[in-house]
Design a protein around this ligand. Structure first.
Ligand code: PLP
Ligand code: COI
Length: 335
């Protein structure tokens, strides 16, 4: 593994966790070495998209410890996704302890402190077993694999160019607020078109009116108004991001900022001095400009991160990498 070249790509690690659900209960679960899974060709996850997943990271701190950032929030969100696709919950305490087991077993793959890289964990829960009728499965698999990861966008904390997608990511009362696979496959074409047109990614508008910013395909959106308020969209069809809610807390309670979760109209984008996306994989990625309706709107700068975004980034990553004291219950120490 060349740690200096880590991006957001799958890297096989030694151990993964798996637990199977059958006859109404989860088995004990175990660590395995085989990255492949043998499931029925008629599994509901393969045909009807009955699956959900999570993403979180284990961080190596300055003093060499290893810690997770708010894994209980991912456990809760996974179970909310399970409710939406009628799959059994995986107990929250077992979710957290399974994450810890996977991190410990793959200790040698945790990137060192100081490069902004971490060990990405991908928990998932899929419907399996022999099925043809459209409906929930009677067998499930919960698994977690680990992969060392660096920046999602190759340029790290440098601003990137976004466009606005003509496609919708999620319907108003659809599955947008849940982390289910179908939300992502539907966005491949929007992402491909954005890349082909020279943008790093695209922003989705609300599907009802196409007037309000929702989020990006892999991260939430926030803006800083000219008077320094942290604003992030409120909608029933965006994913409730752990990073976004953590940033709202940090902005209000640690940086003394005003915070608003409310409608953000694309036509009023010039209310923001700085905008960015935020999420586990992207961390915070400043948006230098947004192309919409034939017009390129440039924010703070196309080349330099804005001062408030930088402060938020430093505080968030400071907490994640153990340099800044975390709010109560945000950190789970593993090693
Ligand atoms: N929105 C979408 C569509 C995502 O896939 C993600 C990533 O998980 C996020 C937002 C950010 O969520 P989090 O901060 O929990 O990673
Ligand atoms: C994450 O940020 O953890 C995600 O899952 C986003 C994306 C890579 C799917």
């Amino acid at each position: 593994m060349d740690r200096n070249k880590l991006s957001f790509e799958y890297v096989n690690t030694d151990f993964r966790y798996r637990s199977f659900w059958k006859d109404g209960k989860w088995d004990e679960g175990e660590l395995l070495q085989d990255p492949y899974i043998k499931i029925s060709e008629s599994s509901t996850a393969l045909h009807y998209g009955q699956q959900c997943f999570e993403g979180l990271k284990a961080y190596r701190t300055k003093c060499g410890d290893v810690q997770l950032f708010r894994p209980d929030q991912n456990a809760k969100r996974l179970n909310n996704s399970c409710d939406r696709i009628i799959a059994p919950h995986f107990p929250e305490d077992r979710f957290v302890s399974a994450c810890c087991e996977v991190v410990k077993a793959n200790e040698k793959s945790i990137p060192p402190y100081g490069q902004g890289a971490a060990l990405y964990l991908r928990p998932y829960l899929i419907g399996m077993g022999h099925h043809l009728g459209v409906g929930p499965a009677c067998e499930y698999l919960f698994g977690i694999f680990a992969s060392p990861s660096g920046s999602y966008f190759k340029c790290g904390i440098k601003p990137v160019k976004f466009c606005v997608s003509k496609y919708d990511r999620a319907a108003h009362m659809g599955t947008g607020a849940n982390k289910v696979g179908g939300n992502y496959a539907g966005g491949f074409i929007a992402h491909r078109d954005a890349l082909a047109a020279g943008f790093a990614d695209c922003i989705y508008l609300d599907s009802l009116t196409h007037t309000k910013i929702e989020e990006a395909g892999t991260a939430n959106f926030f803006g800083i108004t000219h008077d320094g308020t942290f604003v992030t969209p409120k909608s029933p069809s965006i994913l409730p991001g752990v990073t976004k809610y953590s940033l709202m807390y940090i902005a209000e309670n640690m940086l003394g900022m005003k915070v608003e979760e409310r409608d953000c109209y694309i036509d009023e984008i010039d209310e923001f001095a700085e905008v960015a996306t935020c999420g586990t994989a992207v961390v915070i990625s400043p948006i230098g400009s947004i192309y919409y309706n034939g017009h390129l709107h440039v924010f703070h700068s196309e080349t330099e991160v804005g001062p408030v975004t930088k402060k938020l980034y430093d505080t968030l990553t400071g907490i994640q990498f153990g340099e800044i004291e975390a709010p109560e219950d945000w950190i789970v120490k593993i090693l």
